[in-house]
Design a binder for this molecule. Structure first.
Ligand code: ACM
Length: 510
């Protein structure tokens, strides 16, 4: 790519052309012209961004565009059929800006590209954009981030702030890790003590908290307006101390466990083949499924070190069937692939390293053998709570840490589990676990810029088919695009780590 082809956008679009000529200038009378189903909602989100970032508030009109307008056009023939779900085109000329897409989601992703092209000084300087034509569509339909609200709780407003930040990167799934040993964070009407008691604790003695069902519905709706699907996780049968602390009858001893605020894993388990536990699982899955319009309900299944192998298999078969019975596609961490009795289509989430160890690759392929697909979250490159550098005060290092921005970028989901190709890969997801992360600003400094690397891996075309993925991804081309993104993060109030590998602009080198 020559310098003249450089486009400061992350994820890198499929194709970019620079026709040259006079720039687009957003004049005071410019409008947003909309056509097609969903276009006015997408336009409203664009106008809200222009109002907060640039103090411009163009009117939205249902009229053909005039000279200098921004047009958002949604129609079947705006993107090729094989890219129709989320693809878009963006044309910037002196005459105007035009975003075309077959779906509102595609148009919304086009708006995210446009936002990155709007100069950050737009509140004080003229808003000009050099002519460019972009055609773009994602490699994978699932581009995810995961926020652990169980170890440290984050409020609905903080979750919305997180959603606002991830959509700029075209991330379209937010997996909420809602339950763990340290806290239960979603109110369940039929088991109210899960939140009355089980939400009162958190890692390191933090205050805890939970989402009411109305708050959770509101988060789901906020996400859906931004084309983000919420994936709720109720982790089981391990990682369940908060539930065991809330109801004595879930414990083998009949005595409630004590609340837990430490960082150990693998010490808790639900009972197996127990009528009360079966009713518990049916109730919590039923209530969370009813709150969730998205297709997936994640039931964890990881690190069940206190569940015997036989019990684990019986538990997973039953719990996954319960999810299916309540109309959702079960999802779970790759250990769930030990079961050969998963409902058709069950989704596995790989979290071993980029070089699989033990049986993790086979457990992952088990989901494919059972008609399902896989989300790739290799922990040594995509876990966002791993330290950036030795000596960092926040973060963990167990997953082959530190994880630099370069390591977060130089991998590919198709080259980890032998035999797993793109066809059975739903996409990628970058989790942030919060044992050591207490505030949303700390979350952001761990997540950004590394989520940008994972988002690009999920969206942009696969690198050329070379043996060495490290050589195929061009970090030196990526880093200046991150530097441009840093200005947008700073302008939006999104915190991020000023990692030394990126040539951050002077204005953001705080
Ligand atoms: C995990 O990191 N325990 C999925």
């Amino acid at each position: 790519m020559s310098a003249s082809e450089f486009l400061p956008v992350v994820p890198r679009p499929v194709s970019t052309e620079h026709p040259g000529g006079a720039p687009f200038v957003l004049a005071p009378g410019a409008r947003v012209s909309v056509a097609g189903a969903g276009a006015s909602d997408v336009a409203a989100l664009l106008v809200a961004e222009l109002a907060s970032d640039c103090r411009r508030e163009p009117a939205v009109v249902h009229e053909p565009p005039a000279y200098g307008d921004i047009a958002i056009v949604i129609a079947d023939d705006e993107t090729p059929a094989d890219q129709s779900a989320e693809g878009y085109s963006l044309a910037v000329t002196a005459e105007g800006v035009r975003i075309g897409a077959a779906t509102a989601a595609g148009a919304f992703w086009g708006v995210q590209t446009l936002r990155q092209l709007v100069p950050v000084e737009c509140a004080s300087d003229p808003l000009t954009i050099d002519p460019v034509t972009v055609r773009d569509s994602p490699r994978f339909g699932y581009r995810g981030a995961m926020l652990d609200v169980a170890r440290h709780f984050f409020t609905p407003d903080e979750v919305k702030r997180f959603i606002d930040a991830i959509v700029l990167l075209k991330v379209n799934h937010l997996h909420l890790h809602l339950t763990d040993d340290q806290g239960w964070r979603i109110h369940i009407e039929s088991w109210p003590n899960l939140t009355a008691h089980g939400a009162s604790s958190g890692s390191d003695g933090s205050a805890g908290g939970f989402f009411t069902q109305d708050e959770f519905r509101d988060i789901v709706a906020y996400a859906a307006q931004r084309f983000v699907t919420i994936v709720p996780e109720l982790d089981m049968p391990g990682h369940t101390n908060a539930a065991l602390a809330s109801y004595p009858e879930l414990n083998a001893s009949g005595v409630a466990a004590a609340l837990y605020t430490g960082s150990d894993v693998g010490f808790s388990t639900l009972l197996v083949d127990d009528a009360t536990t079966d009713r518990f699982i049916d109730d919590v899955v039923r209530e969370v499924a009813a709150l969730t319009p998205g297709p997936y309900l994640h039931i964890g299944g990881d690190e069940c070190l206190s569940t015997s192998p036989e019990d684990f298999l019986r538990f997973i078969a039953k719990a996954a069937a319960t999810v299916a019975r309540h109309g959702k596609t079960p999802a779970g961490w790759h250990e769930m692939g030990k079961s050969a009795e998963l409902p058709d289509g069950t989704v596995g989430q790989y979290w071993d390293f980029t070089t699989p160890r033990g049986s993790s690759a086979d457990e992952t392929l088990s989901f494919v053998r059972q008609g399902g697909a896989v989300i790739m979250s290799p922990s040594d490159v995509s876990y966002l709570d791993i330290v950036y550098e030795d000596g960092d005060e926040i973060g963990q290092d167990w997953a082959d840490g530190p994880t630099t921005i370069r390591e977060a970028y130089e991998w590919d989901p198709a080259r980890i589990v032998p035999g797993l190709g793109d066809a059975h890969t739903l996409g990628v997801e970058a989790p942030v676990w919060t044992e050591t992360i207490a505030t949303i600003e700390e979350v952001e400094r761990m997540v950004f810029p590394r989520l940008a690397a994972v988002a690009e891996i999920g969206w942009s075309p696969a690198p050329a088919d070379t043996e060495e993925i490290v050589a195929a991804r061009d970090f030196d081309e990526f880093a200046p695009r991150l530097a441009a993104l840093g200005e947008h993060w700073a302008a939006a109030g999104t915190d991020f780590r000023r990692v030394p590998e990126v040539p951050w602009r002077e204005s953001v080198r705080a």
